[in-house]
Design a protein around this ligand. Structure first.
Ligand SMILES: [Zn+2]
Length: 352
């Protein structure tokens, strides 16, 4: 159903849960949970519409915010549409078309038929989306400022977008037409995490991916599930998870893992899971990547997204001696060695 192979000029590093609707988008290929989404499509034009707002500009660093949620919410304030088709047409005309490239690039083409199906599914979540958006309107800029204060060498330039992703993904970053984007899908966040989702943690996790990535530029031709060794994915996600905790000291394990059960399910089987992960660590293939990094259901006893947990443990161990900027700059060899040390220690420990 979902294909991690990236052969297009566009690649989105997606965090979080991919839901079934994404598979309906013929032009989009996705790996669940922080996988790469590849989009076969023409070169896109620059996307900014009238809703783009500059929130900070420096000589070389520019972050723009594009918020499509107000116009999305307005679809529910005028309920004169008397048929699903008319309503869907209005959604396409008012929400999608003004940002056609954004939707095409990150959700796949939105036809009236697809919009009608989507609106039927999202209607019950509109109140939750409104609640989440209120927090964003009041708190997001402050969170970004806090992040910059903690990590003043954060130099990312790009656009932060709040939009309905048609239940495609909760958050993810990517390049389109030479520009960087960080997308938050409030519909998916509402569906998966609910209206009380800890957005501070999610933002910190995603910002840290951008920060971390600024010290490790992607190599030519590398593809998740084909050429990137598993240990790098474990580290990338584990470190972002650890950073989100450091930047939100009050957040519990359920919040930083976006799961109430991930930590406990790993801790209940540490020895066997560490031994198994040691064997897969250098694999570049799709099977182990999905096994350790995806949230999909499986028949093995590896909990969904267990790679996040073990990467977080490694970051936590290293973090006793190192700061976040130091951790972000570790080389592949240093990371590989640290993961081996942590996993061997867990695998040889007493108890479970
Ligand atoms: Zn992530």
């Amino acid at each position: 159903m979902l294909d991690p192979i990236d052969q297009s000029p566009l690649a989105v590093n997606v965090h979080g849960v991919m839901l079934a609707v994404m598979a309906e988008a013929q032009t989009v290929r996705v790996v669940k949970h922080c996988g790469f989404k590849s989009i076969s499509r023409r070169e896109a034009a620059v996307l900014f519409g009238v809703s783009a707002r500059m929130i900070q500009a420096q000589a070389t660093v520019t972050v723009e915010k594009i918020d499509l949620i107000p116009v999305f919410l307005r679809c529910w304030t005028d309920l004169t549409a008397n048929s699903p088709q008319i309503w869907a047409r209005r959604f396409v005309d008012q929400v999608v078309t003004p940002h056609a490239e954004l939707f095409s690039g990150f959700t796949g083409e939105v036809t009236v038929e697809r919009a009608a199906q989507y609106l039927d599914r999202v209607e019950s979540l509109v109140g939750d989306i409104r609640t989440l958006h209120k927090w964003i309107a009041e708190g997001f800029d402050g969170k970004l400022d806090d992040f910059r204060k903690h990590l003043p060498d954060f130099k990312w330039s790009g656009s932060i977008v709040f939009m309905p992703t048609l239940f495609g993904f909760d958050a993810g970053g990517g390049q389109m037409n030479g520009k960087s984007y960080l997308i938050f899908g409030l519909d998916t966040i509402a569906k998966v995490y609910g209206p009380n989702a800890d957005l501070s943690v999610l933002f910190a996790h995603e910002f840290f991916h951008l920060y971390h990535g600024s010290f490790h530029q992607p190599r030519q031709g590398e593809v998740r599930g084909r050429t990137i060794p598993l240990f790098r994915l474990v580290w990338t996600e584990g470190l972002a998870t650890y950073a989100s905790q450091q930047l939100n000291p009050g957040a519990g394990l359920a919040a930083i893992f976006l799961s109430p059960t991930l930590a406990s399910s790993c801790e209940g089987n540490l020895k066997a899971l560490s031994t198994a992960l040691l064997q897969d660590l250098d694999s570049t293939e799709r099977g182990p990547v999905m096994e350790w990094m995806s949230g999909q259901t499986r028949i093995s006893d590896v909990p969904p997204r267990a790679g996040y947990y073990f990467g977080w443990r490694v970051a936590q161990s290293l973090g006793r001696e190192m700061s976040l900027p130091q951790l972000a700059r570790l080389t592949d060899n240093e990371v590989h060695k640290a993961i081996l040390t942590e996993l061997r220690s867990l695998a040889s420990s007493q108890g479970r």
